[in-house]
Design a protein around this ligand. Structure first.
Ligand code: ATP
Length: 481
């Protein structure tokens, strides 16, 4: 499985999906850039989410809030005081580790050795101590089980400390006696931009509860342990939706969004058995219920999306800290109240990794002549594939390139196309398979006689002839949301 993960990372780089950031300077840990195919795929995933939220639900609208926010926002949200992970430093290697990751890695090792019960009891203890924020207890758990030695071979460690994950920077150029006056944070989640705009949006859009506000955008977390490719990054993008509801209705809306969001994932054609729900027993300070939608990545079942019942915590806090009323008047109930909130929060980069993990296949088969053949194919759902159609003239002469170009001209306004005339058709098909293009059309001499082309389907490699004039509408049918 680890090999498969490494193969996906190499493939993503080789075909222009994902590059390490500033690679000529040896990269920047847990920061990545998206290349030509990657930026198309990422945009298509974002658009697919955005459309499903704001176009397919008449009571959900979008916003695009700034990354910088008034610093009091993060006091009110609880991030200044408690958005932190317990961490520990190795004095010899100077490496910093997240305590929970260290303990989980130890438990994984025990499981591999067949010591399932011991591993589970350690994990249970971790959850208890973590929930209480008991740093001394965590240190004792580590020492008693010789956990740090088992991971790194040495035992020269600092005490455990809380490490805040927010990045700070200075704002403006005004000198101040107190340097803290100029501090702003890079937002660690997009949600707060929605909460502080709650009344602006509700009033200008004249929305009635229940309604939602959706947003996509960058978030920043100074994560301690990285090295999981784009699974855990320091700069990443979130797609979040806050759904504002009447107090007391949170259970039913939580159930609704839990199902609705899984349906969204399955609508991309990803098999249901690759997903599972994970209910949180340890709840964040703002939540009265929370679960993760997990996907079976090559590195195991891991969170891709969180559904959180956030009560009226955020709006109440912002009302308290800003001194501005953030209540809603419900004219059916003839009552003012602070709405409750159900949140759906998914990482765009993590969804991208999910799509690559699902799509990447190395295939081998025996041909009719008895010889072996193989390919690497990205079975990216057609709706979000970076390029939808490749148009390939069989030869570079006899007027075939001109016909191919005219197909491109007709289709390009509707979906992304790609033209290629170099190399054999077989090689060109392989290259399109490797970047996930779902449809290839080949223009040959017969096209000149009867106006048909060969359409070749990426997933089945089946080919059929269709009239040139049907290509655009056929693809539009196959690509519809
Ligand atoms: P984790 O437990 O993996 O750190 P979290 O529970 O802190 O994640 P949330 O705060 O609920 O995550 O964020 C919602 C979503 O944002 C996650 O489900 C994930 O898809 C994405 N996300 C969070 N942190 C990162 C990160 N460092 N890199 C990439 N995506 C992230």
């Amino acid at each position: 499985q680890d090999n498969r993960f490494q193969a996906i990372i190499s493939h993503a780089k080789e075909y222009g999906f994902v590059f390490p950031s500033s690679e000529i300077y040896d990269g920047l840990s847990a920061v990545y850039d998206y290349g030509p195919y990657g930026s198309e795929l990422k945009k298509n995933i974002r658009d697919y989410w955005w459309k499903s939220m704001t176009q397919m639900h008449e009571n959900i609208v979008g916003i695009d809030a700034a990354i910088f926010m008034h610093p009091t926002t993060w006091k009110a949200s609880g991030h200044v005081d408690s958005f932190s992970d317990p961490m520990i430093d190795n004095k010899d290697s100077k490496k910093r580790y997240r305590v929970d990751h260290l303990i989980e890695a130890h438990a994984d090792k025990l499981k591999e050795e067949g010591k399932e019960d011991l591993a589970n009891s350690i994990l249970k203890k971790l959850e208890e101590l973590d929930a209480k924020g008991d740093l001394a207890g965590l240190k004792k758990l580590i020492d008693d089980n010789k956990i740090v030695c088992s991971i790194s071979g040495t035992s020269n460690w600092t005490d455990i400390r809380q490490f805040n994950l927010m990045f700070k920077t200075e704002f403006g150029a005004v000198a101040s006696d107190n340097p803290d006056d100029n501090i702003v944070y890079l937002r660690p989640e997009t949600a707060q931009g929605i909460f502080v705009n709650f009344l602006n949006v509700q009033k200008t859009s004249r929305l009635k509860i229940p309604f939602g506000i959706a947003q996509t955008g960058k978030a920043f977390r100074n994560e301690i342990v990285a090295r999981q490719f784009i699974f855990r990054m320091r700069e990443f993008e979130q797609m979040e939706m806050q759904f504002f509801i009447r107090p007391g209705t949170q259970k039913e809306w939580y159930e609704y969004w839990k199902e609705e969001r899984l349906k969204w994932h399955l609508s991309l054609g990803i098999p249901a058995e690759k997903y599972r729900y994970h209910n949180h027993t340890k709840l964040a300070h703002y939540a009265d219920a929370a679960l993760d939608i997990e996907y079976e990545f090559p590195i195991g079942f891991k969170e891709v999306e969180g559904i959180h019942s956030r009560t009226d915590f955020d709006l109440s806090q912002h009302q308290k800290y800003s001194g501005k009323k953030l209540t809603y008047f419900d004219n059916e109930l003839n009552q003012h109240y602070i709405p409750y909130v159900i949140e759906t929060s998914i990482g765009l980069d993590r969804m991208f990794l999910l799509i690559l993990s699902h799509a990447y296949q190395e295939e081998k088969w025996v041909k009719e002549d008895g010889k072996e053949d193989s390919r690497v194919v990205l079975r990216i759902p057609a709706k979000i594939a970076p390029v939808k159609l490749a148009v390939l003239p069989l030869v570079k002469k006899d007027g075939l390139p001109e016909i191919a170009r005219s197909i491109i001209t007709e289709c390009t306004p509707y979906f992304k196309c790609f033209y290629e005339e170099k190399d054999t058709i077989g090689k060109r098909y392989r290259r399109q398979d490797a970047v996930g293009t779902p449809f290839c059309v080949t223009v040959d001499h017969q096209t000149k006689e009867d106006g048909t082309v060969t359409i070749r389907y990426r997933d089945t490699m089946k080919q059929e002839r269709i009239p040139v004039k049907e290509i655009k509408d056929k693809l539009l049918d196959l690509l519809i949301f």
